[in-house]
Design a binder for this molecule. Structure first.
Ligand code: GDP
Ligand code: MG
Length: 441
């Protein structure tokens, strides 16, 4: 999706006039790209007509190009369709213990997300959290949650074998009340597909514990199926939010877009990997810019801030926002990538990294490419690193020889760097810096 979007607005901005034809042409591309990304057809149609309405006949300010104006309108409409600006937080506005009920199909990531949420609430909000597994369907399910709880250093309700889900739920709430827990997270069993027995079980638990949040966990990679699942759960038991997992995969936000537009249920959290720390807030602005191929700069900065020291990340953020970074900064980024966990996750967020990722896709991500880039950069002079433009043929040969690579590899690195710079510059011109700053705050 993103690579398609990237080209559209550039072409327009060269023409200097925003005609109805321009808008229609751009929207044709946008439509195809959205369908490609598995956005549901009615959502696409609604989106396109809304954007057209907003774009045609609108005066284009002198200070921005027509392409930028349309890009801004598309971006704003995307944000709107994804639920409007800002994050929808988990709600704890009730007397403790507050229950969070995790529901969804088998394998969607309920147990993992339960552990992730428990860790987040404990570490960031200093809540006293109790985890409890009501999954009596799969033999090792309760043990799986107990292990995650241990990893997260969060309490887990002791397993009593043979106890049915409703009794476990009652025991969890009793324990929480007696022992002064703030939050109880109830992980439930799933089925391979929606069936009445599943809904009845979830419904009974819900009636018993009266949860403050009923969170549906869905796999972003399942696209339209995730939306159908949400519709069914919403109708049968009611939902207060969605946790969308596997956003670290190829899903480019299409499922998130349909989910919000069709079910109206806010996406509250996003799973971005298998590790317990890989849970993020859902920022519509970021997903919109990711769909637009601009890269999730704010998300990257946030992730970086957690891993590297703050001063360093602030410098990085500033440089990124100004679009003023050189090969030394690029090298610094590469070094940090290893510290930050999932490389694919990071690359999705770095503007212009899409192509590098594509080049590596299909195989296991080859971290040696990043290492080689580092070696190549270390074979450059300081001047070359600060001003990559001066690296012409003879310098390339010297750098290739010095780093034990080839001129082709040096070229590839420079191309990657230039792509990244170009996207960052464009990103700044779009004037959605303010939006990103909000995300940073
Ligand atoms: P459940 O059946 O709904 O409880 O699903 P699990 O929590 O057991 O998760 C099923 C698999 O998905 C496990 O291997 C998890 O590690 C994996 N998983 C869960 N969330 C994510 C995510 O956000 N990203 C990735 N890549 N894997 C995930
Ligand atoms: Mg489970």
């Amino acid at each position: 999706l993103s690579s398609k979007f990237s080209g559209i607005f550039e072409g327009m901005s060269k023409r200097g006039l925003l005609s109805e034809a321009d808008v229609s042409e751009a929207m044709r591309e946008v439509r195809l790209a959205m369908l490609d990304a598995d956005v549901a057809l009615p959502v696409v149609k609604d989106f396109i007509s809304r954007v057209k309405e907003g774009a045609v006949g609108k005066e284009v300010l002198d200070t921005i190009s027509p392409g930028q104006a349309v890009a801004k309108i598309v971006n704003d409409a995307l944000v709107e369709s994804l639920g409007g600006a800002g994050v929808v937080p988990l709600s704890f506005n009730a007397a403790p213990p507050v229950a969070i009920l995790m529901v969804g199909l088998q394998g969607s990531g309920k147990t993992t997300s339960s552990g992730k949420i428990a860790l987040r609430l404990t570490a960031r909000e200093h809540k006293k959290v109790l985890l409890a597994s009501l999954d009596t369907q799969r033999p090792a399910a309760q043990l799986q949650l107990a292990q995650l709880a241990e990893q997260a250093k969060v309490a887990c309700l002791p397993i009593v074998s043979g106890q049915p889900p409703l009794e476990i739920a009652a025991r969890a709430m009793d324990t929480a009340r007696r022992e002064g827990y703030d939050v109880v997270i109830l992980d439930t069993a799933g089925r391979l597909s929606i069936d009445e027995a599943l809904m009845a079980e979830v419904g009974a638990v819900k009636t018993l514990v009266n949860p403050h949040e009923t969170l549906l966990v869905v796999d972003a990679m399942t696209g339209q199926d995730a939306v159908n699942t949400a519709q069914a759960f919403k109708a049968a038991v009611g939902l207060t939010g969605v946790v969308m997992t596997r956003m670290d995969g190829d899903a480019k936000g299409g499922a998130a877009l349909s989910m919000r537009a069709i079910t109206g249920t806010p996406i509250k959290l996003v799973g971005s990997g298998e590790k317990l720390t890989e849970l993020e807030e859902f920022y519509p602005e970021r997903v919109a810019s990711r769909i637009l191929g601009l890269g999730d700069i704010a998300g990257l900065v946030e992730k970086a801030a957690e891993t590297i020291d703050e001063e360093e990340s602030e410098k990085l953020a500033l440089k990124m926002l100004k679009g003023k970074f050189d090969l030394e900064d690029y090298a610094a980024q590469l070094r940090q990538i290893n510290k930050m966990g999932s490389i694919t996750g990071i690359m999705d967020m770095l503007p212009g990294m899409g192509k590098l990722k594509e080049a590596m896709s299909g195989k296991d991500i080859d971290t040696s490419i990043l290492d080689r880039h580092l070696v190549i950069i270390s074979s450059m002079t300081k001047g070359e690193r600060k001003q990559p433009d001066i690296i012409k043929a003879s310098r390339k040969k010297r750098i290739a020889a010095g780093s034990g690579t080839s001129v082709q590899e040096v070229n590839r690195l420079l191309k990657q760097f230039n792509d990244m710079s170009a996207v960052m510059k464009r990103f700044n011109k779009l004037g959605i810096k303010g939006l990103m700053r909000q995300g940073l705050g």
